[in-house]
Ligand binder design. Structure first.
Ligand code: SIN
Length: 480
């Protein structure tokens, strides 16, 4: 049980070594009781720049290896993560509050990106193009883009890192990871396992620090960094984009969402309720693809709401280390205050809290269902990122589509119907990068994950996941 302690580190991992520059530290707290798990050295500009230099120096050597050599190292890393699955899951639950079964799921999910891209490394094919005159032969080759800065959030302390860096490493890039200071321990543990797997010094550098804006700026402004991959809020994505403009850096941005979940009259009610529970309460609602607005057609509204309330009331709130718990604490006090403010606003505008609605000390919030939700309430426009489930009523399919698209975001969307024609019609009209039909869980390494509108740009995972880490070189052989 205590073996996980061997995978807890208090320094950043740069150029194959545990390093620290300053002496100040960040207390990493368990959100369940706010106890300190460990204090980690708090780095900033200096170590980020050392990490960039290390990645820049390692790049030509890593790039030169064959795809198969890189693939072998990645597979070893994948296997080690599986070997230490329980230890990593415990660390993740301690630092994030995620229920332990979900943490185990995330270890599998996150590791799967490494396995997938270890395979894809060998399929980074170019083209042969018919020449534009008879004496010309044309080919394209895909070359690694260079040093990648990966800036990752606290809600998936492992999967958001591997989803970015596995494809980067697979094609020959090197990386500097800046994990969230809320959950750096999982990032450091997997960096250690990468080292054990034989990832050469400088290829993966993980720097922990509390000054997110300073570290982000260094990565964005450095001419040695060729690409930034960021998962987080739309506002921060916009700032990073501005900072990347002078060096014309390539970017992948996976930003905020405001997922609609539409239940049509012809839907299977129990399936839809199961979908909401999975899609809304996964990690207590703290994911970018979590259901934000439940839109229910009037004919099925009463029965759906009755079943939803019954299912939500069965959810167990508590310490994620307890196997029976399905919803853990929120990540910080700010999140609790946000839930409270959303409810004050909604109640003032006529909403009714049908279950839940209360904060529980020190940092929990009850799974909550809100009825009579209307488009003027703040959560109709803003990402909730917590366990509030607002239910809106609609009459027609057209109205549902207008409501669903009435947001600046376009990441995930869901709808439930048993009408085949409707399923095609609605799918075509939803302005989202991801559509779940009769399904509330849509994440996997085999699919292209990403959004449209203010939800960002680029796709992570799947056969498309390598694209954002390569440049295409066109070679023209003339006078053949
Ligand atoms: C996210 O919340 O950013 C990612 C969710 C997922 O991978 O399922």
């Amino acid at each position: 049980m205590d073996n996980y302690k061997d995978l807890i580190f208090d320094k950043s991992f740069v150029n194959g070594k545990w390093q620290h520059v300053g002496d100040s530290k960040i207390e990493i707290k368990n959100p369940v009781d706010l106890s300190v798990i460990v204090s980690v050295y708090d780095e900033g500009r200096d170590l980020i720049n050392q990490a960039i230099d290390a990645a820049y120096t390692a790049f030509p050597l890593w790039k030169k290896k064959s795809a198969k050599e890189r693939s072998v190292v990645l597979k070893r890393w994948f296997q080690l993560i599986h070997e230490y699955k329980e230890e990593i899951a415990i660390i993740m639950t301690l630092e994030s509050g995620k229920p332990i079964s979900e943490s185990r799921g995330e270890v599998d999910y996150g590791a799967a990106y490494i396995e997938w891209f270890a395979e894809e490394a060998k399929r980074n094919y170019g083209d042969s193009i018919p020449g534009f005159t008879a004496d010309k032969r044309i080919i394209t080759i895909k070359e690694p883009i260079g040093v990648v800065g990966a800036i990752t959030p606290w809600n998936f302390p492992l999967a958001m890192i591997t989803r970015k860096i596995a494809p980067a490493l697979a094609v020959g890039c090197t990386v500097v990871v800046r994990p969230s200071e809320e959950t750096p321990l999982t990032a450091l543990a997997i960096s250690h396992l990468a080292n054990m797997a034989g990832v050469p010094p400088g290829v993966i550098n993980t720097v922990v620090g509390s000054n997110a804006s300073e570290m982000g700026k260094e990565l964005c402004e450095s001419r040695k960094v060729s690409k930034i991959s960021f998962t987080g809020s739309t506002r921060v994505g916009q700032i990073l984009m501005e900072q990347c403009a002078p060096t014309l850096k390539k970017m992948s941005l996976e930003l905020g969402g405001n997922a609609p979940f539409i239940v049509f009259d012809d839907a299977d009610v129990m399936l839809a309720v199961k979908g909401v529970i999975a899609g809304k309460f996964r990690f207590g609602g703290q994911t970018c693809v979590c259901v934000n607005r439940i839109l229910v057609q009037e004919g099925i509204y009463d029965v759906f709401v009755r079943e939803l309330l019954e299912a939500v009331q069965k959810l167990q709130l508590g310490n994620g280390m307890d196997e029976s718990v399905s919803v853990g604490p929120l990540i910080n006090r700010k999140a609790i205050e946000r839930m409270k403010n959303l409810l004050i606003d909604a109640e003032r505008k006529g909403a009714y809290i049908a279950t839940g609605g209360k904060a529980v000390e020190p940092q929990f919030f009850q799974p909550t269902v809100i009825l009579n939700a209307t488009p003027d309430m703040i959560f109709a426009k803003d990402e909730i990122f917590g366990p509030l489930a607002p239910v809106f009523k609609f009459k027609t399919e057209e109205e549902a589509i207008v409501m669903a698209n009435d947001t600046i975001y376009g990441l995930a969307s869901y709808f439930y119907t048993n009408d085949l024609n409707r399923s095609w019609r609605v799918r075509d009209q939803l302005e989202y990068g991801i559509v779940g039909i009769n399904e509330g869980l849509i994440s996997s390494e085999v699919v292209p994950f990403g959004g449209v509108k203010y939800s960002g740009q680029g796709r992570e995972g799947s056969k498309y996941g390598l694209d954002s880490y390569v440049d295409i070189k066109y070679v023209c052989i003339g006078n053949v």
